[in-house]
Design a protein around this ligand. Structure first.
Ligand SMILES: NC(=O)c1ccc[n+]([C@@H]2O[C@H](COP(=O)([O-])OP(=O)(O)OC[C@H]3O[C@@H](n4cnc5c(N)ncnc54)[C@H](O)[C@@H]3O)[C@@H](O)[C@H]2O)c1
Length: 255
């Protein structure tokens, strides 16, 4: 049974929210009473996702947003604040995979592409969310890292570097903002059943089998399990939790 929270009157921003963990988290915020402003680089799909939430009776706005572009990240936050007057929670979820590659062969283009979304994209969003939360003196931010932020894996240099970076910026900002009423944490999902993993299941079956062997719980995680972790981190139940990189990985990184 999922816990419920009273987020009525609260406002949440979620990026990369057309599906997967982003949509599941936006829906969970909405079900618990928050108004949600959701962004994704895929404009048609994010409008569809917002329509789905509003037709279920929730308050939701969808907006095209490429998180690697600071102006677009700023505009997403601005939309939330101009419409609802505040920003209480943010789940910075947008991210992309990199093709597995021998470390000696990975291209600079691939490295830059992954970092632009996975690291710079978290930085752009968090920066503009903090401008509002600094004014309010309150808020909670959850950044999406990965098991790839905690451990290394062969042929994953660029992706894992970007996800390690997310933890670095999370911890530094968390220290800076804890005394100012804003809690910032990161989550490190294991292998979760989402469109990203569906792609990997098709194209990298052997790597996926290996991943699963390392997930002691013996199954993929679900987007809803990630959503519940994000909601808890944003809730008063996590009021003393600051600057953590929380594995949500069925035991993957406990080895
Ligand atoms: N699925 C997993 O097993 C897994 C494990 C660890 C971490 N993660 C991380 O979780 C997050 C969500 O991944 P998911 O599995 O739900 O994948 P997903 O591909 O379903 O979702 C990622 C979303 O981000 C969006 N996006 C991509 N580039 C963007 C950009 N520049 N600006 C805005 N949106 C953009 C995509 O359109 C998509 O909706 C990612 O950061 C991913 O790295 C996933």
């Amino acid at each position: 049974m999922n816990p419920t929270y009273d987020f009525s009157g609260k406002v949440a921003v979620v990026t990369g929210a057309k599906g997967g963990m982003g949509y599941a988290t936006a829906e969970a915020f909405a079900k618990n009473g928050a108004a949600v402003v959701i962004g994704d680089v895929d404009e048609a799909a994010i409008q569809e996702a917002a329509d789905k939430l509003t037709s279920a009776g929730y308050t939701a706005i969808g907006m095209a947003c490429d998180v690697s572009d600071e102006a677009q990240a700023a505009a997403l936050v601005e939309r939330a604040v101009s419409k609802f007057g505040r920003l209480d929670f943010a789940y910075n979820n947008a991210g992309i995979q990199a093709q597995p590659s021998d470390a000696a062969d990975e291209t600079a283009e691939e490295f830059d592409k992954v970092h632009a979304v996975n690291l710079r994209g978290i930085w752009t969003c968090m920066k503009h969310e903090l401008k509002q939360m600094r004014t309010q003196g309150s808020g909670a931010i959850v950044n999406c890292s990965s098991l790839g932020g905690l451990v290394g894996l062969p042929e994953r240099v660029a992706y894992h570097a970007s996800k390690h970076g997310v933890i670095g910026l999370t911890k530094s900002a968390a220290l800076e903002y804890a005394p100012r009423g804003v809690r910032i944490n990161a989550i490190c999902p294991g292998v979760i059943e989402t469109p990203m993993v569906a792609d990997m299941l098709k194209t990298q079956k052997a790597a996926m089998d290996d991943f699963l062997k390392q997930q002691p719980i013996g199954r993929l995680g679900t987007a809803e399990e990630i959503a519940q972790t994000v909601l808890w981190l944003c809730s008063p139940g996590a009021s003393f939790v600051v600057g953590v990189a929380l594995p949500v990985d069925g035991g993957f990184t406990a080895h």
